[in-house]
Design a protein around this ligand. Structure first.
Ligand code: SF4
Ligand code: SF4
Length: 406
């Protein structure tokens, strides 16, 4: 049975783009699903509005929950740092202070180190952030995840789950089957399931395409991350120049990824990020062409500016994951705290930085204005997953769930 005139144009749009959406429109019992999908789109209206019409306010916060990790990826130096961890009151205070600087629907990405090594801390963090109105993402190597932990994270309000799996021969994160199995549980909870993979000089285009095809065919989303070179004074990347992919390698991967994004909607990186990757590859005679962020936050509506910052595990904040330690957020008098105040403290580190390929920052600056419309097929995929699996369209996380583990 047809589902009504409101839905018909949307279905035509899906067919034009060949975007596979998991709704059987011939079945009138799917009408609640379609209504939930519309509810999902409406629920995100604030996030979409702040992308189309950027205003003052942060859209995206990265949070180092702690710096410990059980892997030793060659391109990462986070586990080598010893940084204290806030107690729960301090964490709530820091999240609340940042939230007051944000737009209505900001995203917070919780990572480490490996956040699942401390499941109780992770559950509290997700619950606290979700209750303040953040859309919460967790980035993990998957080693500490279990179906039970995923269910509890879903109940605590988790919105996205990104499991990192690389396909280089010598990678420490190679268990794709485990990630796909865990994402079955995540998807049933209405958590958006994403597989991340870092592209390095050792990444074979054939192996990368095989990995992406497995992820997309399983019904999940894929996010490529380009290996970013070490930055003087930076906290995150430890990659040497000879780890950066070559131009030839990227020509074998990126156009194919862009096509998969266009035809399936299941590649989450923006077209702008894929383009930044494509033009960045190094060759023997030329170094990588790095991307550089705006030098300032968003003090004035309508100007280009960074809509993001990073919170370190001990309460310091800075411009991004490479420079998270400009000032202790908890020591700033509330009356002085503003985007403009922080801008003055961050700007020197940003100006000195030679640039990076960190996808979250490139995308945050890229997805705005009319360019945000190019991301519509990915947005449809996200709405379809959430609406098919969440029991209600209200999206209020069930906060009666236990948020601590023994
Ligand atoms: S990239 Fe992630 S898994 Fe690898 S060492 Fe760094 S924090 Fe650990
Ligand atoms: S270019 Fe900007 S976002 Fe990237 S590492 Fe440098 S300061 Fe951070």
């Amino acid at each position: 049975m047809e589902t009504g005139p409101l839905v018909l144009p949307r279905l035509t749009y899906y067919r034009l783009l060949r975007v596979p959406v998991e709704i059987d429109t011939s079945n009138c019992h799917n009408r609640p699903h379609i209504h939930r999908m519309i509810g999902t789109v409406l629920y995100h209206s604030e996030a979409v509005r702040s992308a189309l019409f950027p205003r003052e306010g942060l859209r995206f916060v990265n949070w180092y929950l702690h710096h410990g990790c059980n892997r030793h990826c060659s391109y990462c130096r986070v586990p080598k740092q010893k940084v204290a961890v806030m107690d729960r009151d301090q964490r709530r205070e820091a999240l609340g202070r940042l939230r007051r600087l944000c737009v209505k629907q900001p995203v917070i990405s919780v990572f480490g180190g490996e956040p699942t090594l401390t499941p109780g801390l992770l559950l509290e963090a997700v619950s606290d952030a979700a209750s303040l109105g953040y859309l919460v993402n967790v980035v993990t190597n998957g080693s500490g995840l279990s179906p039970d932990l995923i269910r509890r994270l879903g109940s605590a309000g988790l919105y996205y789950l990104a499991i990192s799996v690389d396909c280089d021969d010598d990678t420490e994160k190679s268990d794709l089957q485990q990630a796909l199995d865990l994402h079955k549980v995540a998807k049933r909870q209405g958590i958006i399931p994403v597989v991340n993979a870092v592209v390095t000089r050792r990444t074979s285009p054939v192996a990368m395409k095989r990995l992406v095809t497995s992820v997309i065919n399983a019904g999940y989303l894929f996010s490529p991350l380009m290996c970013s070179p070490e930055i003087p004074g930076g906290s995150f990347s430890g990659a040497q120049p000879d780890s950066i992919p070559t131009a030839q390698q990227l020509r074998g991967i990126i156009p194919w990824l862009a096509w998969r994004k266009l035809t399936t909607g299941r590649v989450t990186s923006s077209f702008g990020y894929l383009w930044a990757m494509y033009r960045s590859g190094s060759s023997d005679s030329r170094g990588a062409r790095l991307w550089h962020c705006s030098s300032h936050l968003r003090p004035w509506p309508g100007t280009r500016g960074r809509g993001y910052m990073t919170l370190d595990s001990d309460g310091w904040v800075g411009s991004c994951q490479e420079f998270p330690r400009s000032v202790n957020l908890l020591e700033i008098p509330e009356t002085r705290l503003s985007v403009r105040f922080l801008d003055d403290l961050f700007i020197e580190a940003v100006r000195r930085c030679p640039g990076c390929f960190h996808n979250c920052y490139v995308m945050e600056e890229d997805i705005r204005g009319l360019r945000a419309l190019a991301e519509m097929s990915t947005f449809i995929q996200i709405a379809a997953i959430v609406s098919a699996n969440r029991r209600s369209s209200g999206f209020a996380p069930n906060r009666t769930a236990e948020t601590s583990l023994p």
